[in-house]
Design a binder for this molecule. Sequence first.
Ligand SMILES: C[S@@+](CC[C@H](N)C(=O)[O-])C[C@H]1O[C@@H](n2cnc3c(N)ncnc32)[C@H](O)[C@@H]1O
Ligand SMILES: Nc1nc2[nH]cc(C(=O)O)c2c(=O)[nH]1
Ligand code: SF4
Ligand SMILES: [Mg+2]
Length: 215
Amino acid sequence: MQDTLRITEVFYSLQGETRTAGLPTVFVRLTGCPLRCQYCDSAYAFSGGTVRTLDDILEQVAGYNPRYVCVTGGEPLAQPNAIPLLKQLCDAGYEVSLETSGALDISAVDPRVSRVVDLKTPDSKEAHRNRYENIELLTPNDQVKFVICSRDDYDWATSKLIQYGLERRAGEVLFSPSHHDLNARELADWVVADNLPVRLQLQLHKYLWNDEPGR
Ligand SMILES: C[S@@+](CC[C@H](N)C(=O)[O-])C[C@H]1O[C@@H](n2cnc3c(N)ncnc32)[C@H](O)[C@@H]1O
Ligand SMILES: Nc1nc2[nH]cc(C(=O)O)c2c(=O)[nH]1
Ligand code: SF4
Ligand SMILES: [Mg+2]
């Protein structure tokens, strides 16, 4: 039996988030997630999907001839074969990123991958799932993200930033307003007022295409 993954979608779009925002990127969205963040914009990936071989997925990705590939979900690391998929995407020469909830161990991910590790805030209702051991593993090739729903979330994220010195561990610290929960301008004003060493991240794809799946 060949290695397989359950996949919700593979599509070519502009990266809406992180340090490669705005760049054409292939997205591989894996099905299934053990968390239920209050704000999740990808709940359609919690179930369903299609079981596909790694070779089949790699062949579809190659068909777009991309420079950037982003593996997301659902929670990619909930499927053990996400690890060989990430390695094989790197071996094929792509610049690969992984969006992960921060609830699962990131240590087996190929070091060429930029791991985008979400630290779940209290208003996500999943902060108790954060695996703080992951913070020790971060390198300048990685990124840390806080999705912020409220002023309380902002204060919590700021305290974690300072407590762990996150801007010295990861290449980027991203503060992203939770779409529908927090006005981006409000978050921008807080970051400037506090002179934080973080990058405000807006979800570019939602300005371009709203919440349409596959964009
Ligand atoms: C859908 S998740 C999939 C990967 C992984 N499960 C995770 O949470 O990182 C991808 C990213 O989208 C973010 N996200 C989901 N819903 C959002 C929303 N309503 N506003 C802003 N970011 C959101 C998540 O926090 C995460 O950083
Ligand atoms: N355009 C676009 N960029 C994205 N960056 C991260 C996404 C995700 O759902 O993880 C995403 C997405 O769904 N669409
Ligand atoms: S961990 Fe990611 S995919 Fe899972 S519910 Fe939270 S935002 Fe959605
Ligand atoms: Mg998305």
